[in-house]
Design a binder for this molecule. Structure first.
Ligand code: BEZ
Length: 211
């Protein structure tokens, strides 16, 4: 099944380093970041998981739960987590799904046979509190992901869910944003009473709304 933005993230049951979970129940009312990595005891994955553990305060601030996945067995996850703590200076503080039967990997199309028919690619799904998929990323095994970018997208999604704005290229929290084209100038006057800078009628820039 092809998963697309706006689809409900498929639910599943799986064993993780923090016990057996049913995904939707585990998410509760939080946002979620579900990400796969190719294989345990590999260097790039080790750095990614250590960095994700360090970002926990940032995920918590945004009410986001992170969860990783590989097609390795649960006992391998436990052994590898000691290496992550030793080499990256951060212990795993989020669950890792053990998916040796590739059930979750197949559900989320995380195995791309022309890249590898045994290992998952580096997939990322950002899931909102309504369980809708809001972002998908696919990276090759040889390229570690930029988890700061994942936080940046969450900031954009949470902001643009609240306000009639969109975020421009390379936007970061606190920078100016764009009034969405669907808002006519007469309505924009009520929403943005301090005005905006119009570079073109369709390119209207305002300070990032608060709250
Ligand atoms: C890594 O995580 O280092 C890795 C995994 C699979 C292929 C290449 C690199």
């Amino acid at each position: 099944m092809t998963l697309r933005l706006g689809d409900i993230a498929p639910d599943f049951e799986a064993d993780t380093t923090e016990g057996r979970i049913r995904f939707h129940d585990w998410l509760g009312n939080s946002w979620g970041v579900l990400f796969s990595h190719p294989k345990n005891y590999t260097p790039v994955c080790t750095t990614e998981l250590g960095y994700t553990a360090k970002l926990k305060p940032e995920f918590d601030k945004r009410k986001v739960k992170a969860i990783g996945l590989s097609v390795d067995k649960l006992e391998d996850h436990h052994g590898w987590s000691k290496d992550i703590e030793e080499t990256q200076g951060a212990a795993l503080n989020f669950p890792l799904i053990a998916d040796p039967d590739k059930k979750v990997a197949d559900l989320y199309d995380m195995i791309h046979p022309n890249a590898s028919d045994t290992f998952t690619v580096r997939s990322v799904f950002i899931i909102d509190p309504n369980k809708k998929i809001r972002l998908q990323l696919t990276y090759p095994a040889s390229t570690g992901r930029n988890f700061d970018e994942i936080l940046r997208v969450i900031d954009s999604l949470q902001l643009t869910d609240q306000h009639k704005v969109a975020t421009p290229v390379n936007w970061k929290q606190g920078e100016d944003v764009i009034i969405v084209p669907a808002v006519k100038d007469e309505d924009a006057k009520k929403l943005f009473p301090n005005g905006w800078k119009a570079l073109k009628p369709y390119l209207r820039i305002v300070p990032q709304p608060k709250g």
